[in-house]
Design a binder for this molecule. Structure first.
Ligand code: MG
Length: 373
C-alpha cells in the first residue's frame, strides 16, 4: 500500500470519538466508522429514498443508496490518487445523505417549512443527528460514536447559529476554516455523481432528450468523441459512452487541479489544510462547464412539470403527516412519544425524516384513509 501524504487525515492522529473506546484490533479508526455506517438502519433505508424519481416510478433509477455508492466510488478513486485516507473519504461519502427525508428535496423543503417555527430542518444537520443520536445500537451510547473527522465531513454546510450550538464540529464555520481534504473531496464527488447520474436517469425517464443535451457543452463535447470512435452508436450505449467520458474528465481534472493546488500551498499537515483555502477543486474551465450542466438539469429536469407534480404530492404527504402528528402526539409510535414529551416538533421531524418514500405513503394512508387501520 502506498503511504499516505503528510496532508492526509491520519487515523492514528484522529481527534477521536466523543465516548472513549478501545482502539480497533484489525482495522483503522476510519474503517471502523465506515463499517458502523454500513451496518446502520439509516443506511439501509437509503435504498427506498428518492434521489430525483420516487421509488415506485421505476426500478432502474438511482436511489439514495446507489447514489451514495457512486459517490463513494468516485471519492475513493480520487483519494487514492492524491494519497488521502480512502477509508475516511468512503465513510463520509456513504454517510453524507443519511439525514435525507423521503421524496428528496421536496420532502426536505416541506419538512423545513413545517419546522420553521421550531428551528428549521436541514438534511446535513440531520445526517449528523442520525450518526450522533438517532441510531440506537450500542449499550454505552446513543448514535454511532464516530470520529470527529467523519462527523465534520458529514456536516457539509451549517448556519452560524447552528454552528454555535454544535460545539467541536461547528467550530470551522465560525473560524472559517476548511475541513480535511477527504471531506472536501467527498463533497465534490457528490456533485460529480449526481450531475452524471441525473443525466442518465433524466434521459431514461424521457423527461430530457439527447437533442436538448447536445446544447450543453460538456455533454456535446464527449458525445462527439464517442461518436468519432463509434460512428454508428445510438441509444443507451451512446448515452453510457458519453456519460463515462464526462465522469472521467471531471475526475481527472479534479485530481490534476487539486494536486496542483496542493503543490503550491504545500500543506505539511491537516492543520495546514484547515488554514488554507479549499484545495480540492476543478480548473476554471471544467468548473464553468459543470455549472452549465447543473443549471441545465435544474431548469429542464428538476423543474420539469412531471417532477413538479410528484413533488407537490410529496410535499403534501410530508406536511400532512407532520401536522397530524403534532396535533396529537399519541398518534406517534411509542418510542417517539417519550421523546415528544421533551420536544414534540423535533421528535416528529426525526420520525418523518427517517421514513422511506413508501413508508411515508403507507403511514399517510393509515392516518388519513378511513378504511385503513
Ligand atoms: Mg448526495
Amino acid at each position: 500500500m502506498r503511504e499516505l501524504a503528510p496532508y492526509a487525515a491520519q487515523a492514528a492522529h484522529s481527534r477521536g470519538r466523543h465516548y472513549r473506546e478501545a482502539p480497533p484490533r484489525n482495522r483503522s479508526e476510519y474503517q471502523r466508522d465506515r463499517d458502523r455506517i454500513i451496518h446502520s438502519t439509516a443506511f439501509r433505508r437509503l435504498e427506498y429514498k428518492t434521489q430525483v424519481f420516487v421509488n415506485h416510478e421505476g426500478d432502474l433509477f438511482r436511489t439514495r443508496l446507489t447514489h451514495s455508492l457512486e459517490v463513494a466510488q468516485i471519492a475513493r478513486s480520487v483519494a487514492r490518487s492524491l494519497r488521502l485516507d480512502e477509508d475516511l473519504t468512503e465513510a463520509i461519502a456513504l454517510a453524507h445523505d443519511l439525514g435525507h427525508t423521503p421524496f428528496g428535496h421536496s420532502g426536505q423543503d416541506a419538512l423545513n417549512a413545517c419546522m420553521k417555527p421550531y428551528g428549521g430542518f436541514e438534511h446535513n444537520l440531520q445526517s449528523l443527528r442520525v450518526v450522533d443520536m438517532l441510531e440506537q445500537r450500542y449499550g454505552a451510547f446513543d448514535g454511532l460514536n464516530l470520529t470527529f473527522e467523519t462527523r465534520e465531513g458529514i456536516l457539509k454546510h451549517c448556519s452560524i447559529r447552528n454552528a454555535r450550538l454544535l460545539g467541536d464540529v461547528g467550530e470551522r464555520f465560525i473560524s472559517r476554516h476548511q475541513p480535511t481534504l477527504e471531506a472536501q473531496l467527498a463533497n465534490l464527488a457528490d456533485e460529480i455523481a449526481y450531475n452524471n447520474h441525473d443525466v442518465d436517469d433524466g434521459l431514461r425517464s424521457g423527461l430530457i432528450t439527447l437533442e436538448q443535451l447536445s446544447r450543453v457543452r460538456i455533454f456535446a463535447r464527449h458525445m462527439r468523441v464517442a461518436l468519432k470512435e463509434y460512428p454508428r452508436l445510438s441509444g443507451r450505449r451512446l448515452i453510457h459512452e458519453t456519460v463515462r467520458r464526462m465522469i472521467d474528465t471531471l475526475v481527472t481534472d479534479l485530481i490534476r487541479t487539486s494536486a496542483r493546488n496542493i503543490r503550491s500551498a504545500k500543506p505539511a499537515s491537516v492543520d495546514d489544510v484547515r488554514a488554507a483555502p479549499p484545495l480540492i477543486a476543478y480548473s476554471r474551465r471544467i468548473r464553468d462547464e459543470s455549472l452549465e450542466l447543473k443549471s441545465f438539469l435544474r431548469e429542464q429536469l428538476y423543474r420539469h412539470y412531471r417532477v413538479a407534480r410528484m413533488s407537490m404530492k410529496a410535499r403534501r404527504v410530508v406536511s400532512e403527516l407532520f401536522h397530524a402528528l403534532l396535533s396529537d402526539t399519541r398518534l406517534l409510535p411509542p418510542e417517539f412519544q417519550s421523546r415528544a414529551q421533551e420536544d414534540a416538533p423535533r421528535a416528529i421531524a426525526d420520525y418523518v425524516a427517517g421514513m422511506t418514500d413508501r413508508y411515508a405513503i403507507l403511514e399517510h394512508r393509515r392516518l388519513f384513509a378511513i378504511e385503513e387501520t
